[in-house]
Design a protein around this ligand. Structure first.
Ligand code: BTN
Length: 252
């Protein structure tokens, strides 16, 4: 895999690593040393790849591991919605590099799914300075290009298994091009256009859903996305909940 041939749009800087603990960790180290918004860390493999909720992220050579450093000037709550932008950008990139053969759906809050199986996970980590202002965000995205983990509770797949063995290099370039497309839209028009693009690929809308929250579980129907990105779950009784963080499961 020749990551060296990756060309990024203006405003993005590539930090290529062979083996690293976690691209998110490396991006945070760069941020702490003053790296600018748009720094992108890519690695061939990770020795301590992380998923959400403290889970490990299996990182064999052949998949994509990327972390983008951004320094938005808004509150952390608003900046956290950038994960939806990253999900849309990566979904579009996968669709483009596979010539339209693979069209990922966006699963709340930030996974990409194909045929009810996970193909990409996104992990946002942030640092704030005084008050609630955002110092920086690191948004990690891992895509199962060649391999996928065997996990019964969270079934996964890879582009290779779907018959689209794409080049990681092409995927990275296309992904960053889509991020470069969406970022100015987000800066000018806010979250609304990204929400629309996400909903056009929304996974499980109108379907029964179980939301696992910190202290309880809710069951109902996934009826839509709030204007701030929260999942709207309607119980059979009609009672609606706006869920800002948690993990959701749909019947396959
Ligand atoms: C999840 O679905 O639980 C999130 C997975 C995020 C994995 C990516 S791979 C690149 C970056 N580095 C990490 O250690 N994690 C993210």
């Amino acid at each position: 895999m020749a990551l060296r041939t990756i060309r990024l749009p203006e405003g993005f800087t590539l930090h290529e690593r062979d083996t690293i603990d976690s691209t998110n960790e490396e991006a945070k180290r760069l941020a702490d040393k003053g790296a600018q918004s748009g720094a992108l860390v890519i690695a061939r493999t990770q020795t301590s790849g992380r998923g959400r909720r403290g889970r490990a992220w299996s990182s064999p050579v052949g998949n994509l591991y990327s972390s983008l450093l951004l320094r938005p000037t808004c509150s952390l709550a608003e900046a956290a919605r950038l994960t939806f932008l990253i999900a849309v950008a990566m979904a579009e990139a996968v669709e483009t590099v596979t010539g339209g053969m693979v069209r990922p759906d966006c699963k709340w809050p930030n996974d990409l799914m194909v045929n009810d199986r996970k193909i990409c996970g996104i992990l946002l980590e942030s640092a704030s300075n005084q008050g609630s202002a955002t110092d920086y965000l690191v948004i990690g995205a891992g895509v199962n290009v060649a391999f996928f983990p065997d996990d019964a509770e969270r079934p996964a797949t890879s582009l290779a298994a779907l018959g689209s063995p794409v080049s990681v290099t092409d995927l990275v370039s296309t992904y960053v091009a889509r991020v470069a497309h969406w970022l100015p839209i987000w800066e000018q028009d806010g979250f609304a256009p990204i929400r629309e693009a996400w909903l056009a690929r929304g996974y499980g809308i109108g379907k029964p859903v179980v939301a696992r929250l910190t202290e309880r579980e809710l069951q109902g129907t996934f009826v839509g996305l709030e204007e701030g990105g929260e999942l709207i779950l309607r119980e059979d009784s009609g009672l609606e909940h706006r869920i800002g963080a948690g993990e959701v499961f749909f019947a396959a």
